[in-house]
Design a protein around this ligand. Structure first.
Ligand code: ADP
Ligand code: ZN
Length: 272
């Protein structure tokens, strides 16, 4: 969506502190897990990464963990940028393109990231469906474009997301479920909504592994509830006629616990 340039885009704040984990440090942590024999995982999720060697180490670890558990599902949010501009170093793109996407099972790019990964431009829904098909060919059986610039059939007050899932029917034949989901746009910039989307998609795909429509409806419904609670609170804190600041727009996650666990379904996806 329409966000500021880094570092504001990623952290939301003017300042940030702390350390960035290196590939070597990640390897050491993984060694510790291995030594204790607790390297058995059902899911892995990765997001914002700026360092190529860190990302390559992630791929090595995912491959090893998949050998130990062939059912492991790797959910990859290939965070690279938004609205035509990259906020990670450009040399991270070939690593996603040539190595990471190939081992991903669920991929959640936004429109710009999907365009970067495929080298295609998306102007129409047909373009987007073609791009998702290309992404399937690169590896993942489930692809969700978490936000796009496409015009919603319901008008420009709505934001469009698209999903595509390859499945094998019980008789062995293959099928693809393609969906469009629309949500009302809220006039504010949120930080962490992309992370929440991917985390919720992991959780709801666990409950609906072969029904992307259901998983996405629950995912987007959670986003809707969290965003609504957040904007209501932020506007109240800012006062009449004032725009809320980043601190006031912190996602109301704890307050949304019940909605996250069991969301009222407020959006219906369209099967394409
Ligand atoms: P990404 O760029 O990775 O798609 P975003 O944070 O822009 O990440 O969007 C992720 C999801 O968050 C969207 O699918 C939507 O459900 C929700 N979202 C984010 N910002 C808004 C907004 N201003 N209004 C409505 N929904 C939003
Ligand atoms: Zn994202």
């Amino acid at each position: 969506l329409h966000k500021q340039q880094p570092p504001l885009k990623i952290a939301g704040y003017a300042h940030w502190k702390g350390q960035v984990l290196t590939a070597e440090e990640l390897n050491v942590l993984y060694e510790g897990i291995k030594l204790n024999n607790v390297n058995h995982y059902d899911y892995i999720l990765t997001g914002y990464t700026r360092d190529t060697s860190f990302l390559e180490t992630v791929v090595d670890i995912v491959q090893e963990l998949k050998r130990l558990n062939p059912k492991l599902v790797y959910v990859c949010d290939p965070v690279m940028g938004d609205q035509g501009s990259m906020y990670v170093p450009e040399n991270i793109l070939p690593v996603y393109k040539d190595k990471v996407v190939a081992v991903a099972d669920i991929l959640t790019p936004n429109q710009f990231e999907a365009e970067l990964l495929t080298g295609r431009t998306i102007s129409t829904e047909k373009d987007a469906l073609d791009v998702m098909e290309l992404l399937h060919q690169m590896g993942p059986d489930t692809v969700v474009l978490t936000s796009t610039d496409l015009t919603s059939p319901h008008g420009d007050q709505f934001l469009v997301a698209l999903g595509s899932q390859k499945m094998v029917r019980t008789d062995g034949s293959k099928s693809t479920q393609k969906i469009r989901i629309e949500m009302p746009k809220v006039d504010a910039v949120f930080v962490g909504t992309g992370d929440l989307f991917t985390a919720m998609l992991l959780a709801w795909s666990h409950h609906h592994p072969n029904d992307l429509k259901a998983a996405c409806e629950k995912t987007v419904s959670v986003l809707h509830h969290v965003i609504k609670r957040t904007i209501t609170y932020a506007n109240e804190m800012a006062g009449p006629g004032k725009r809320p600041n980043p601190a006031q727009l912190e996602l109301r996650m704890v307050q949304s616990k019940k909605d996250i666990e069991d969301p009222d379904i407020v959006v219906e996806a369209t099967i394409l």
